[in-house]
Design a protein around this ligand. Structure first.
Ligand code: GLU
Length: 529
């Protein structure tokens, strides 16, 4: 194993769309491993598959990593247009680090140079087989229940013939010549332990495609070597590629890095995590109001646990860095449990300071139609009053919010100036309208008598209203009847909210403020007359 100070790891996504939660987990484990070991974390863009390239996705990937605080020391970064690269493919991107370019399509000359070297040493050969021939070969092998494998047909071509056919521009690929008497390919995976593959099961893989682009295998191995990558931490789906890579390292005569394949992400039904069963794009989770910290904490626990007997679930990024250990990554697939993410997100929301909650929740609130409408009717109210209202609303919702996008949704009455409700709802149990009117009149008087300083404090409002409620004896009820808390508080709460269920009248009155609260009580009284 390389010395600790030489630890260099990379996250090497292909720009084929959004950042998948599985990609975030791979990035995160690389990041945590690097930070824990004073190593370097690198971003590399693997864009050699022309057909799967999605313009703009590398940029959005970088943006998402930034939003999540996954800082890498080397790799492509976003810059303003003027400082970006000359390249038309990535006008917004520049890069940092001494091992660049960090975008594979800008390293084509390197791949060509190393591929030529392999041809020169007889480790790789040109193959001119047509797609038809390969299909026939596969069909024949399938008939004989053999695994599909190239039959080395072109390995025996005479060098002159190869030169001639290349010069004539005949389409060809370059294949690695795998020698079947090499013996099993074995390696120690840091998560999975020893892995052994029979060399006879490994195909003479394509290294260069006919379009002149390298395959994933060739580019990935050359880059990992040239970029000094010490540990390859990637998803388990790449495990079948590793023996091929090992044979390539051997063909070049290069030292092997360490490998760690991290477990698959699964849906609740244990199938591979897919779009069909829910969101898989990190951006979608952020758009829904999952906090970056919660998402990172949640994703870190998909396949890793601090160890036996340790029950801690909430980790700051710093805590994750110090607790993370590849040896504690599980082999078994990790179930993506949305309920757990919701729980964790709610926990993180509860811990936000009121300033922070306001800052983060405001954009979600501002995007809501009910808020826009309410806001358009508030033009005369000054900004400070509005901000105070929103902050108080957030504080009373804070303990019940699961996602930031839920803000206001369960308490729409705050934004409905003249809410229409069944006036019978104002009556506590079997109380008559007269009894309700009496209770509301008293509540109105109590609230009207409070000064501005009392309205500032939620607790003060609660204390005053609870006292009034405790002393209240329902009108028209038998003399000496017990205290009528419900008789007093229920109509007040309904007058303020118009809702059968809502936060307490103290909370609601505090959020609405004196004028709006008194207005709503007044309207309720009018409706009873
Ligand atoms: N480009 C591959 C991907 O999209 C990288 C696999 C690896 O890490 O080797 O995930």
């Amino acid at each position: 194993m390389p010395a600790v100070s030489n630890i260099r790891v990379r996250f090497a996504p292909s720009p084929t769309g959004y950042l998948h939660v599985g990609g975030l987990r791979t990035a995160l484990y690389n990041y945590l491993f690097a930070k824990k070991n004073n190593g370097v974390f690198i971003l590399r863009i693997e864009d050699t598959d022309q057909k799967r390239f999605v313009p703009g996705s590398a940029e959005s990937l970088i943006r998402t990593l930034d939003a999540l605080g996954m800082q890498y020391e080397e790799g492509p970064r976003l810059k303003n247009q003027a400082n970006g690269r000359a390249s038309r493919k990535y006008p917004e991107i520049t890069e940092v680090g001494d091992y660049g370019p960090y975008i594979q399509s800008e390293r084509l000359n390197l791949y060509k140079k190393y591929a030529d070297e392999l041809v020169g040493s007889g480790k790789a050969y040109h193959c001119f087989c047509t797609a038809e021939r390969l299909t026939e070969l596969r069909a024949e092998q399938a008939k004989h229940k053999q695994a599909p494998k190239y039959d080395k047909h072109c390995l025996s071509l005479a060098p002159d013939e190869v030169t001639k056919r290349l010069a004539a521009g005949e389409p060809s690929v370059l294949r690695l010549n795998i020698v079947s008497d090499r013996g099993d390919v074995m390696f120690d995976d840091m998560v999975r332990g020893q892995v052994t593959i029979n060399v006879r099961d490994i195909d003479d893989q394509v290294l260069m495609k006919s379009d002149g682009f390298p395959t994933y295998h060739l580019a990935n191995v050359i880059d990992d070597h040239l970029m000094g990558i010490s540990h390859i931490i990637r998803a388990e789906e790449w495990l079948p590629s590793t023996p091929k890579h090992i044979l390539l390292y051997e063909a070049f005569g290069w030292d092997l890095p360490c490998f760690a394949h991290i477990p698959l992400l699964l849906n609740a039904d244990k199938s591979k995590l897919s779009k069909r069963q829910g969101d898989v794009a990190v951006e979608d989770y952020l758009k829904k109001g999952y906090l970056t910290e919660a998402l990172i904490n949640f994703v870190a626990l998909l396949g890793w646990h601090p160890g036996q007997g340790k029950t801690q679930e909430i980790f700051t990024l710093e805590e994750l860095i110090s607790a993370f250990d590849l040896a504690q990554v599980h082999k078994a697939g990790a179930v993506f449990d949305l309920k757990k993410l919701d729980w964790m997100n709610a926990e993180y929301i509860k811990r936000l300071s009121s300033e922070e909650l306001y800052k983060r929740a405001l954009p979600f609130l501002e995007a809501k139609e009910f808020f826009k409408e309410w806001n358009s009717q508030q033009l005369t109210v000054n900004e400070e009053i509005k901000t105070g209202f929103i902050k108080r609303l957030l504080l009373i919702e804070q303990d019940r919010l699961v996602k930031l996008s839920d803000v206001g949704e369960n308490n729409l009455f705050f934004f409905a100036e003249d809410s229409i409700y069944d006036k019978a709802l104002l009556n506590w149990k079997q109380n008559t309208a007269d009894m309700t009117r009496d209770a509301l009149t008293k509540a109105e008087a109590t609230l009207a008598s409070l000064d501005d300083a009392d309205w500032e404090k939620r607790e003060a409002l609660e204390a005053v209203l609870m006292e009034a409620a405790g002393e209240y004896r329902p009108a028209h009820s038998p003399a000496g009847s017990v205290s009528g808390r419900g008789d007093f508080l229920w109509p007040l709460r309904v007058a303020l909210t118009g809702a059968e269920r809502s936060p307490s009248p103290f909370d609601v009155a505090w959020v609405l403020g004196k004028d709006e609260s008194l207005k709503r009580i007044h309207n309720a009284l009018l409706s009873l007359s």
